[in-house]
Design a protein around this ligand. Structure first.
Ligand code: LER
Ligand code: MN
Length: 272
């Protein structure tokens, strides 16, 4: 399992669960200094990614790009994939495609989390789920040209009513014709929704494509009450070889949160 850390470039997301906030170049360099294998970037738009120099920044720091989040489509542009309005759904899908293209060009995955939207008074549950499935079909097929999966993240009940558990996510992915969509298992959401996190990961099996590595209270690993032994054991059993990516509040500060996660990552994966 490889290490990864989140970088946010989205000012509107201040206070959110992203570790590094100090701009692309400094954040990537710092991730490299600490020995992280990769970064996951949350950007307001493709323009903010400085694609003409991002590859060089990553190379200089010796880190890979694991993934790009699409959440700014919702947080900043108020677009989501299950919107009642067909034009807005189309704009949301177009935004997702720009992120898939940017990520794919660097061999990285795009993540659909908050962009999945929710059912409400205007869109019933089956319709919202159908819109999401269409978007995942489209995005999964689009991502395949880059030989990377599209990543879909079940979220806790306070953030979506689409899929809140790994089992829900697996059911949704199994209903698709593409097999190029995988699940993001965020331990924070799982701690709220799952009966048994390790059992859920085992059930996720080959569908598990990315992990947000965080403690029960969304603080860095080791700062809450999550029991990591059974979780790491389950990930080993399903032969998970992807990233354990720190998506946590930058507490007590971004640098210490990054150091704490790296200490915890080394402790839990030392026999890998
Ligand atoms: C949101 O709660 C989350 O977990 C992120 O990964 C953003 O999509
Ligand atoms: Mn997450």
């Amino acid at each position: 399992m490889k290490s990864c850390i989140t970088i946010s470039l989205v000012e509107e997301a201040r206070g959110g669960p992203f570790v590094l906030w100090d701009g692309l170049e400094k954040s990537i360099a710092f991730a490299g200094e600490l020995g992280y294998d990769a970064v996951e970037i949350f950007a307001p738009s493709v323009e903010a990614l400085q694609l003409d120099s991002l590859g060089a920044m990553l190379d200089a720091a010796g880190v890979s790009l694991a993934a790009l989040g699409t959440g700014a489509g919702w947080v900043k542009h108020r677009l989501q994939l299950a919107d009642a309005d067909a034009q807005k759904r189309q704009d949301a899908q177009a935004f997702v495609r720009t992120i898939i293209d940017a990520a794919g060009g660097l061999g990285a995955m795009a993540i659909i989390g908050s962009m999945q939207g929710r059912s409400d008074a205007d869109v019933d549950a089956a319709t919202a789920r159908g819109y999401l499935a269409e978007a995942l079909e489209d995005g999964g097929a689009h991502a395949s040209q880059y030989k990377v999966p599209l990543i879909y993240e079940p979220l806790n009940r306070y953030e979506t009513n689409q899929c809140c558990t790994v089992a829900d996510g697996v059911e949704l992915l199994q209903s698709l014709s593409t097999d190029n969509v995988k699940l993001l298992c965020d331990l924070f959401h799982m701690n709220i929704e799952e009966t048994d996190i390790a059992a859920a990961l085992r059930q996720g099996g080959k569908f598990v494509g990315h992990v947000h590595f965080v403690d029960s209270n969304r603080q860095p690993v080791g700062c809450g009450q999550m029991q990591y032994g059974p979780i790491i054991q389950a990930l080993r059993e399903i032969d998970y070889q992807g990233y354990l990516c720190a998506e946590a509040f930058p507490l007590p500060d971004p640098h210490e949160a990054a150091r704490q996660t790296m200490r915890a990552y080394r402790y839990w994966t030392q026999t890998d």
